[in-house]
Design a protein around this ligand. Structure first.
Ligand SMILES: *Cc1c(COP(=O)(O)O)cnc(C)c1O
Length: 379
């Protein structure tokens, strides 16, 4: 069955009432029939029917049986990090999500964990690693510079050294890219973004195809308590039903906007959908599309940056992505503000870099909005 069909029909009615939409079980606890025998649902931190239904829907779409829904995307990443033991070291993409960077930079030391930043997993030699290195954590395409890692090749080489592979697949979702099929052990998501799709909830997902990892993750999920609330689980399931439809439009718009931006003077665009992007061919091979996020450098000799942002009427100036509305942000002072200036410069997060989260509006209106802003900002 195709993804969009599964996404619509993925939730089973187990209510006996023929509900077409899975109900919200706003119950913290569940009555048990017998002193010695407990039912599937006992207490909502361990399991809740609405959350379980969502987890089933998400696992099916990823082609596996195991998914956990967390309170936020960071809670999903934190759960994956719970699998590390004191003394372990991980390899991390050097342009990961700002919060992930802040987590390893600020919380790892106190837990006796360490990390090493890797700028390009495609050419990384995993064969000379210190034995303390236990895992790799990567995003592809990265945030915000859209570097692409060849999943099959990099994961294959990392697994050959016995490393645990964790992929943050937020930018792609399981609609466009399924890292488990390339050998990843764990996939994490900020479902706040495309899965939920309407900028109205925070949520996270952890997916695996390994039962041993699932039971460890599930225990941490319950004991740390960062579970998704039943109502947010309902909203997330509802969002997932239109995920394919929305992402098709997000990326159709992003492609046209990237092509438009590439034609402007003083603009350098990063989008894997452009054929001159260094990761274009790998992306075409391993993913079902290029997603709805792109970045660009605006030449300050040609444009007044502040005036450019202020002149935009449809692109809201805000962090986040994946909602139906278009947004623009400046990673250096917003999403990646926690990176040191040195690290920002080294990896290319300059002050004049902007990131667009392209929404599902009519693309002509979005391009008109950009056109007007370029005109107003011209020096
Ligand atoms: C937003 C985001 C996160 C964190 O998710 P929250 O839901 O905000 O906690 C993690 N990774 C990526 C790539 C993100 O964009």
């Amino acid at each position: 069955m195709e993804y969009s069909t599964k996404a619509v029909h993925g939730q089973v009615d187990d209510t006996g009432k023929g509900a077409v939409t899975y109900p919200v079980y706003l119950s913290s606890t569940f009555l048990q029939e017998d002193v010695n025998q407990f039912a599937d649902f006992v207490y909502s931190r361990s399991a809740n029917p609405t959350r379980a239904s969502l987890e089933q829907q998400v696992a099916d779409l990823e082609g596996t049986s195991y998914a956990l829904a967390t309170a936020t995307g960071m809670a999903a990443t934190a759960l994956a990090f719970e699998l590390l033991n004191s003394g372990d070291r991980i390899l991390l993409s050097d342009n990961v999500y700002g919060g992930t960077w802040q987590f390893v930079n600020e919380l790892f030391e106190g837990r006796n964990l360490s990390y090493e930043l890797v700028s390009d997993f495609n050419h990384y030699d995993f064969s000379q690693l210190d034995p303390s290195v236990k895992a790799i954590f990567l995003e592809t395409p990265t945030n915000p510079l859209l570097h692409v890692t060849d999943l099959k090749d990099a994961i294959g080489r990392a697994k050959a050294q016995g490393l645990l592979v964790i992929v943050d697949n937020t930018f792609m979702t399981s609609y466009l890219q399924r890292p488990l099929e390339f050998g990843a052990d764990i996939v994490v998501y900020s479902a706040t973004k495309y899965y939920a799709g309407h900028s109205d909830i925070l949520a996270g997902l952890v997916v695996t195809n390994r039962e041993d990892l699932y039971s460890e993750l599930k225990r941490a999920h319950k004991l740390l308590g960062a579970v998704l609330s039943p109502f947010d689980a309902f909203l997330l399931s509802r969002g997932i039903k239109t995920l394919a439809l929305r992402l098709d439009k997000h990326q159709e718009n992003a492609q046209l906007i990237a092509e438009y931006l590439a034609r402007q003077e003083g603009v350098q665009v990063y989008y894997t959908g452009l054929s001159d992007h260094p990761g274009h061919r790998i992306q075409e091979r391993q993913a079902g599309g290029h997603g709805g996020v792109l970045s660009f450098l605006l030449n300050e000799e040609v444009y007044d940056l502040e005036r450019f942002v202020k002149s935009l009427k449809l692109f809201g100036f805000a962090v986040s992505l994946g909602g139906v509305e278009s947004l623009i942000c400046r990673p250096a002072s917003m999403t990646h503000e926690s990176y040191s200036k040195d690290l920002q410069e080294r990896i290319g997060i300059y002050e004049n870099l902007f990131r667009l989260a392209v929404g599902i509006e009519a693309v002509k209106d979005l391009i008109d909005d950009l056109e007007n802003a370029f005109h107003q900002a011209r020096k």
